[in-house]
Design a protein around this ligand. Structure first.
Ligand SMILES: NC(=O)c1ccc[n+]([C@@H]2O[C@H](COP(=O)([O-])OP(=O)(O)OC[C@H]3O[C@@H](n4cnc5c(N)ncnc54)[C@H](OP(=O)(O)O)[C@@H]3O)[C@@H](O)[C@H]2O)c1
Length: 182
């Protein structure tokens, strides 16, 4: 049975980016946790806009720790066009079409080197998957920061998701909370 871990870091006012980058809302403790999740990932899940952002480092670039880890780009848009765009950008990422009804099946069959899939997308895909994939775990990392700038990023998903708390702990000033859907 595969587990989907959805990793997100946010400020206390619910922003997932500062000046367009999640780095601005992260901390050293958060980054250490993010790396610990990567270490156990059999596959990485990202969204289309993150995948095609030329400013971001290639996740499975040769010589990197995740060189042999499959990276899947989940999209509700045209997967053929996305595959072409990924190929043109020289990215060894696989476009995977999904809908809320098929998300669980898609994540059960995508190539993965272990039973742990880690989603590193922004909040729009992350919360869609939390809603659609039974048993998905949200690992929410809360930074000791209020921040709203022109480059702040918030979830646009209109939904109500009731959650159950699995675990809560702190490292330095960072709070890590793990949830599953109730
Ligand atoms: N805080 C964190 O943990 C974290 C993690 C990753 C990224 N980020 C930050 O989040 C920002 C990038 O977010 P993003 O929007 O590219 O990723 P996102 O929030 O996951 O959303 C991107 C994808 O969601 C789908 N989507 C559907 N409805 C949408 C809507 N109303 N608005 C936006 N997207 C919608 C689109 O996918 P399809 O059309 O392909 O279905 C789109 O490509 C950056 O600033 C990045 O630094 C933060």
């Amino acid at each position: 049975m595969r587990t989907l871990i959805i990793s997100l870091v946010q400020t206390i006012n619910g922003s997932y980016a500062q000046d367009g980058w999640s780095t601005g809302v992260s901390t050293k403790a958060d980054f250490d946790y993010f790396i610990s999740l990567r270490r156990k990932a059999g596959a990485i899940i990202i969204d289309r806009r993150t995948a095609l952002n030329p400013a971001l480092p290639v996740i499975n670039a040769p010589g990197k720790a995740l060189e042999h880890t499959p990276v899947h780009v989940l999209t509700e848009s045209d997967p053929i066009e996305l595959s072409q765009q990924l190929a043109e950008a020289g990215l060894d990422y696989r476009a995977q079409p999904f809908t809320p009804d098929t998300a669980a099946e898609v994540l059960d069959i995508v190539e993965s080197t272990s039973d742990t899939l880690v989603c590193e997308s922004g909040p729009n895909l992350a919360y869609r998957l939390l809603d659609a994939v039974p048993g998905a775990e949200l690992h929410l990392s809360l930074s000791p920061l209020y921040s709203r700038t022109t480059g702040s990023h918030f979830s646009q998903l209109e939904a109500t998701l009731n959650l159950r708390l699995i675990d809560a702990r702190t490292v330095d000033d960072q709070v890590f909370v793990r949830y599953v859907k109730a």
